[in-house]
Design a protein around this ligand. Sequence first.
Ligand SMILES: N[C@@H](CCC[C@H](N)C(=O)O)C(=O)O
Length: 275
Amino acid sequence: MLIHFSKMHGLGNDFMVIDNVTQNIFLNTEQIAALADRNRGIGFDQLLMVEPPYDPDVDFHYRIFNADGSEVQQCGNGARCFGRFIRHKGLSNKNSFRVSTKGGVISIELDKEGLVRVDMGEPVLQPQAIPFKANKQEITYILRAEEQTFLCGAVSMGNPHCIMLVDDVDNAPVDQVGALLTKHERFPEAANIGFLQIVSDQHARLRVFERGVGETQACGSGACAAAVWGMLQERLESPARIELPGGTLEISWQPGQSVFMTGEASHVYDGQIVL
Ligand SMILES: N[C@@H](CCC[C@H](N)C(=O)O)C(=O)O
């Protein structure tokens, strides 16, 4: 099987992107994990598939697979690259597209400055819908693991996020606590674990241990979830600048409305591989 693909990244969160409008590629979990291998494969955090629409209301369908081969509901940095890829491949000449994902419909807009703005939909806070095991909805929950206690937020942006405040994100135990909590039994579908340091009313720093990957340079849906949680606690104001190890995103949100994420999306190279 010959696969044509592009390598792209959003703030260092990197992707293999496959056009499945003009190709008909099916990859199983083992094949995706092998391609994601940074030593023996192409190397990426997520595989993104651009598919024809399943519904007349949308322009494309967007499938997302983590480096471990698991299919997931949402990827924010990937959404910006998805928009740039559609233009790069000439799959549409529109400047904005409606795209369905497993986590809901999003809208992607290519702006004139070369940035990409995504309407990520409304955040989900209701525990059952995240899914997160809790008796009632709260802003902060107590999570216990291995005799340690963590005060966390639980927010879905289509995919589940657990966020905690830290004083110094540079020295946060991201690998250790991320690995401990990502498969916590209160997140039945596992979760992405965010470590948020508030710098000022409109500026925060964030590192994310991603479900199915480990720590990445940036997580777009994680930045949206963390900004919403910061705003719910009145620790952040919209629009907020969320600084990740790979770069900065602008996140806007008003309660009852969609979250908007704006940032860069970069094309690295086009390639082909035989499997
Ligand atoms: N990097 C992403 C999120 C990708 C999916 C995530 N690892 C999950 O399992 O939900 C982003 O930019 O949002």
